[in-house]
Design a protein around this ligand. Structure first.
Ligand SMILES: *Cc1c(COP(=O)(O)O)cnc(C)c1O
Length: 357
């Protein structure tokens, strides 16, 4: 895929490390963005890197009315020796195509699209921060942009990628979060769109998130949408527990988002020779394991925070506090290992690192 580049005539400078530590996640963007068009009969075409700026959309753009819209999230890092690398971006491209399939969006060529994204990251190489915990967040997305008001799949799409430099997710190390179990709203059901990174899933979760914030919690833990019994995941992160010395995470069932961090944790823990299972886990089972002292750690996992330890989990009147509100040993080890592989501070024996050349 040929990608032409139109340089921004008025580029801004990247934030300093000091500035970066004071900006909110995803609120500052680089000087350029990647755009690729799709038309039925013509396929994906006209890949271009252009100055960052507003998109022009017809008011009848179908994504604005019916939400035919998907996205991805990954990170680029600067290594000690000045190279730029990404963590398992092939997994994000494959997941993007799974989301496309579910949402009737034209599939992308995973390899060529990743190369086009790499070219954008290369153009913005000055914006990839180097200090510990920082990275350049990469947000590809696809908008169904045909203009019509009928409910049917669009015949044209816009693929775009924007980049945002981000500081450490937590200001002072890995701060355990407070979470409550959501028992009023549901996020997804089997047969729905839970496994796809589609915009509507997040719009549907805002109400619950707003109520959680008001009550002093940072996130909610979603239960399955049918029996409201089995643990699924947290806002934009998957969940793990350490029970009886075993790492346990809910199995993928169609309503859980298959995280790249989740997959990496499973592979890492297996390589340590530590027991791990992907299975159904009910909130009652967790509460019982907690009460008898067998549930030692709880953590969330996703690209943005990598590992986010859960200090407190509230389920109705049951309050579970893990590891004295401090990060537990398994969570810490996972965080250290994953972040050192991501930044090439440790050898990449799994072949997870992709070099942006
Ligand atoms: C993106 C996301 C995750 C985490 O996926 P990663 O690939 O690890 O970043 C988990 N749950 C939901 C709902 C998500 O949107």
């Amino acid at each position: 895929m040929e990608v032409r580049v139109e340089k921004n005539p008025n580029p801004k400078r990247p934030p300093t490390d000091e500035e970066l530590s004071n900006i909110h996640f995803g609120s500052v963007f680089t000087n350029h963005m990647l755009l690729i068009d799709y038309k039925k009969g013509q396929g994906w075409h006209d890949a271009r890197i252009v100055p960052y700026g507003p998109l022009s959309l017809d008011p009848a753009t179908c994504a604005l009315h019916y939400g035919q819209l998907i996205f991805e999230g990954m990170k680029a890092y600067k290594t000690k020796d000045g190279r730029i690398v990404m963590f398992r971006p092939d997994q994000n491209m494959a997941r993007m195509n799974n989301s496309c399939e579910r949402m009737c969006i034209a599939p992308i060529d995973e390899r060529e699209t990743l190369e086009a994204i790499s070219k954008l990251v290369r153009v913005e190489s000055d914006w990839v921060p180097a200090s510990p915990g920082t990275s350049l967040y990469v947000r590809p997305f696809i908008v169904a942009n045909e203009a019509f008001l009928g409910v049917h799949p669009s015949n044209s799409f816009l693929f775009a990628t924007i980049l945002s430099p981000v500081g450490s997710y937590f200001k002072s190390g890995l701060e355990p979060v407070r979470i409550y179990v959501e028992n009023k709203y549901v996020r997804a059901v089997r047969g729905g769109t839970g496994f796809a990174k589609c915009a509507g899933n997040y719009a549907a979760s805002l109400k619950s998130q707003e109520e959680a914030t008001k009550a002093g919690y940072s996130q909610v833990l979603w239960l399955d949408g049918i029996e409201r019994k089995y643990i699924e995941e947290v806002g934009g992160m998957n969940i793990f527990f350490v029970i009886d010395g075993e790492v346990v995470t809910p199995e993928l069932n169609g309503s859980i988002l298959p995280g790249v961090t989740r997959k990496s944790i499973i592979e890492l823990v297996k390589s340590w020779g530590m027991p791990i299972s992907e299975r159904k886990i009910s909130i009652q089972e967790l509460a019982d394991a907690y009460k008898t002292g067998r549930a030692r750690e709880a953590m969330c996992a996703g690209t943005a925070a990598v590992i986010s330890p859960i200090g407190e989990l509230k389920w109705g009147d049951v309050v579970m506090r893990f590891n004295d509100g401090k990060i537990g040993p398994v969570s810490q080890r996972l965080y250290d290992e994953i972040t050192s592989i991501q930044t090439c501070a440790k050898p990449d024996k799994f072949g997870w690192v992709y070099e942006v050349k």
